[in-house]
Ligand binder design. Structure first.
Ligand SMILES: [Zn+2]
Length: 367
């Protein structure tokens, strides 16, 4: 059991949060209640997408949109990043219901951009995940510094964290954009010493620079959430040792509404936002579902997404789903470490596995 648990019978705050959403009364009931709630949400999402999205109304024609098991999802067609271009075919709401539109920047391509849309309700579900996911790192009266570039824009990550954590009396601070440009790390360190945050949300490249500039760390700092990039385990270990603080890793894509899964202090995989994102692992070549523990491509289906649901979206990330329980005691499967990025060669059609930092089709400007 980890030390930051406010959750009574449940192993971690995320489990307690999920239990509240699926009416599980105990840790023993949680896997079953969660699965039933996921199936109901999946059916609802399939019916909603086929009724409101031009692309899915065509693509799901002839498919069963009332599955009787979660496994039946493997019979449905995939969605790929190419389907976000043109993005209008995925939109399920009128444009004036869209609260945040994010453009995914892709190098070397022309034509209309790939976009993702979110309604206020979509963003509110992300707020709920952020609030519970940050429980282990911050709390009332504490200050959180968010260093992700571009995230301070309205409904960007810093703004969402501020909205999520303000009810818990957490102060969210972020530096001016010029302090987040490459080469400004010395100025950023000065700002951090002045702000004296208790927790940080930052990218690994920023953390590596700050470790070199401030080998002793920051006096108040007790926790770091690493996000938006792949985190090298040696950097995480180094920061824990030198800065004497907790370092938790986060996995999320813009496509998953930013948040998707987060480590607990047991560092035994990423706990999933399982009632907002259903995760499958599939064989890269054939798309067949793979059992727990076997590495393959991470495929996500958004549950409850209003503006732009994504069904069986191929992320290009390689990982496995870890069978429960987590070392913290959670009985639920978790996402294992990201092992690499699948990069498809447009000329040959071949797929190769690249380092996890390569080939991601997004930029920090979308944060
Ligand atoms: Zn855990």
């Amino acid at each position: 059991m980890n030390a930051c648990l406010p959750s009574g019978a449940f192993a971690c705050a995320l489990d307690a949060w999920l239990a509240g959403q699926c009416a599980a009364r105990s840790a023993q009931e949680l896997p079953y209640c969660l699965e039933a709630a996921q199936l109901a949400a999946l059916s609802s999402t399939l019916r909603y997408a086929s009724a409101h999205s031009a692309l899915y109304s065509r693509r799901l024609h002839g498919y069963d949109v009332c599955p009787t098991s979660l496994e039946a999802i493997s019979t449905l067609p995939f969605t790929t990043a190419d389907d976000l271009h043109p993005w209008e075919g995925l939109l399920c709401t009128p444009l004036d219901a869209v609260e945040r539109m994010v453009t995914l920047h892709t190098s070397g391509t022309t034509g209309s951009p790939k976009r993702l849309a979110f309604t206020q309700r979509d963003l509110e579900r992300t707020l709920a995940f952020f609030a519970v996911g940050m429980t282990c790192l911050t709390g009332p009266g504490r200050t959180l510094a968010v260093l992700l570039p571009g995230s301070a824009r309205p409904n960007g990550v810093a703004d969402l964290l501020q909205q999520a954590l303000a009810p818990s009396d957490v102060t969210v601070s972020y530096p001016s954009p010029e302090l987040l440009t490459p080469g400004s790390e010395d100025l950023l360190a000065i700002w951090l010493r002045k702000t004296a945050p208790h927790a940080l949300v930052a990218m690994p490249t920023q953390l590596a620079h700050l470790r070199d500039i401030m080998p002793q760390g920051l006096p108040n700092l007790t926790g770091i959430l690493s996000s938006a990039e792949w985190l090298d385990t040696s950097l995480a270990t180094d920061l824990r040792t030198r800065w004497h603080c907790e370092v938790l890793n986060h996995y999320g894509l813009t496509e998953t509404g930013y948040g998707c899964a987060v480590e607990c202090p047991a560092h035994d995989g990423f706990h999933l936002r399982a009632l907002d994102v259903y995760v499958e692992i599939v064989d890269v070549a054939h798309g067949h579902p793979l059992p727990l523990g076997e590495p393959g491509e991470v495929v996500v289906t958004t549950l409850h997404r209003e503006a732009m649901p994504l069904l069986r979206y191929r992320t290009g990330d390689m990982a496995s789903l870890l069978p429960g329980p987590c070392a913290c005691g959670s009985p639920l499967p978790r996402l294992g470490s990201i092992l690499g990025r699948l990069v498809r060669d447009g000329a040959t059609g071949e797929t190769r596995l690249a380092h996890p930092t390569k080939g991601r089709e997004r930029s920090c400007a979308s944060l």
